[in-house]
Design a protein around this ligand. Structure first.
Ligand code: KIV
Ligand code: ZN
Length: 513
């Protein structure tokens, strides 16, 4: 069977989506889960783009062992040097360098002639090869580039030492037939094509990313790039879970092997959705909450008689609902730890104790603890940052009546360890809470987005609040799940402020380095 390497760019192309704001701890968590999922390569970020990206790529390169870790760089020495500093700790250092090749990008964006572009690409690959054994070179906007020019530049970068050639459909313009034909043409015409990997990288602007990626595989691609849940700029990248499951279910026509552990898909998808705060549309293929739900009577009847009447994929294939949850309010720490480990969490003793205490509190208040509750609770502990002093909510109280002005009171421990009481009114309960907590910090805070939803089903379900604030012009996201949505909202607001403080302290540390 032909091997197709899965290259995951959730933490780079995916993280470029509007509104996504992951901190280093969250990125490491996602990277560890991608490793468990079995992706061949993890693109952990763009080290030269910001100190935060550098730190995350460096930490992931030092943590992940079973997947190759890469970082994106422009074809300039400074980017390549920075990427080397971030990646050199990795087992197999890999760099992904890119340069645009389409007429429109070369003329208007780069303001360079085709000759200059070839020269810059070759120099960059040669320079990168001094450090990295694995060098991927991407022709940005390849699909809209001149084919003969692609052959010319690819001949040169392969001769310069590139080990992978990526052929992105950067703006999602291709049709499956055209994209497949481009792979066939390049594989037949680029000198030495048989010695390097050819990679597909599709965006979903016309809703054709999955079909285009499959067409590339049919025509010889040996690597495919995409993101979990299809997140990414504009309409996003191809959803990797769709590719992996499509190749598995239709192995009769696609005799290829991806190395993906399909039973890790559901958990990976949920983790990415939770930490990026990007909601998965209910009817999303493979991972949407309705992907396996049968509503019509005729379908339900058929499925009861034989699931294969209407089910081409079994939920268990992607790890949905496989191990029943047997935890309740009488469960002990050992059972809790065991379950957390089965779910892929490896918490320190301190974090496990905190998660266990939260679990006990929840079990006292909620009839049935679901897998989703546990996942929420454990994820929140896992990505908690401990080494920066932060605000901690001790108490929040809201007075609301249809005839009263809503008033919120809160008691908070400040990062300096002082207990502070604050109070304010608002036109609604939530605004009163936000106005109250805003007094804790100097500066200007605007709420850009605020959402609440329930985690799972039932009237006693956990409430999850996600808030995006602009604090002195810098966008930060906060999140919390609690049994009460007002408490979750207050904690999410403080979480956003805390994340802002962590970022600021990181920037200050980097300036003094
Ligand atoms: O879509 C694209 O062209 C990219 C490149 C940086 C590979 O993401
Ligand atoms: Zn892209």
């Amino acid at each position: 069977m032909r091997k197709i390497d899965i290259f995951d760019t959730t933490l780079r192309d995916g993280e470029q989506s509007a509104g996504i704001n992951l901190n280093t701890a969250e990125k490491i968590e996602i990277a560890k889960q991608l490793e468990r999922l079995g992706v061949a390569i993890i693109e952990a970020g763009f080290p030269a783009s910001s100190p935060g990206d550098f730190e995350a790529v460096n930490r992931i390169a030092g943590t992940v062992k079973n997947s190759i870790v890469t970082g994106l760089a422009r074809c300039v020495q400074k980017d390549i040097d920075t990427t080397w500093e971030a990646i050199k700790v990795a087992e197999q250092p890999h760099i992904h360098i890119f340069l645009a090749t389409s007429p429109i990008h070369m003329e208007y964006k780069l303001k360079k002639s085709p000759e200059q572009v070839v020269e810059q690409a070759v120099e960059a690959v040669k320079y990168a090869k001094k450090f990295f054994p694995l060098v991927q070179w991407s022709a940005e906007d390849a699909f809209r580039s001149d084919r003969e020019f692609l052959v010319r530049i690819m001949n040169e970068v392969v001769a310069a030492g590139a080990t992978t050639i990526n052929v992105p459909d950067t703006v999602g313009y291709a049709s499956p037939q055209e994209y497949g034909a481009l792979f066939k043409f390049l594989l037949e015409n680029v000198k030495g094509a048989e010695n390097v990997k050819f990679s597909a990288h599709c965006h979903d602007d016309l809703g054709m990313a999955t079909a285009n990626t499959i067409a590339a595989i049919e025509n010889g691609a040996t690597q495919v790039e995409g993101t979990i849940n299809g997140i990414g700029e504009r309409a996003g990248n191809v959803a990797l879970e769709e590719i992996a499951v499509a190749l598995h279910i239709r192995k009769d026509i696609y005799p290829v092997e991806t190395g993906i552990h399909l039973h890790e898909i559901k958990r990976t998808s949920q983790l990415v959705s939770k930490l990026t705060n990007v909601v998965i549309q209910p009817n999303k293929a493979i991972v949407g909450k309705n992907a396996f739900a049968h509503e019509s009577g005729i379908h339900q009847d058929g499925v009861l008689k034989n699931p294969e009447t209407y089910e081409i994929i079994s939920p268990a294939l992607i790890g949905e609902g496989v191990v029943p949850l047997v935890l309740g309010k009488h469960s002990g720490r050992a059972a809790f730890r065991d379950r957390a480990e089965t779910m892929g969490f490896n918490l320190s003793d301190e974090k496990l104790n905190k998660a266990f205490a939260e679990f006990k509190m929840l079990a006292d208040r909620k009839k049935e603890i679901t897998e989703e509750d546990l996942m929420t609770l454990l994820t929140e502990q896992q990505v908690q940052i401990e080494d920066v002093p932060l605000f901690e909510l001790k108490m929040v109280q809201v007075q609301y009546g249809t005839e009263n002005i809503p008033t919120a009171t809160a008691t908070v421990v400040t990062p300096e360890g002082h207990v502070k009481n604050v109070v304010a009114t608002g036109s609604g309960s939530v605004e009163a809470i936000f106005n109250t907590l805003e007094q804790l910090v100097p500066g200007d805070i605007n709420v850009v987005d605020y959402r609440v939803k329930s985690v799972g089903k039932g009237r006693d379900a956990l409430g999850e609040a996600v808030i995006n604030i602009s604090y002195d012009g810098v966008s930060t996201t906060g999140r919390n799940s609690s049994q009460d949505v007002l408490e979750a909202s207050a904690k999410a607001y403080l979480n956003a402020i805390n994340r802002h403080l962590i970022q600021a302290s990181l920037r200050a540390q980097q300036l003094t380095m």
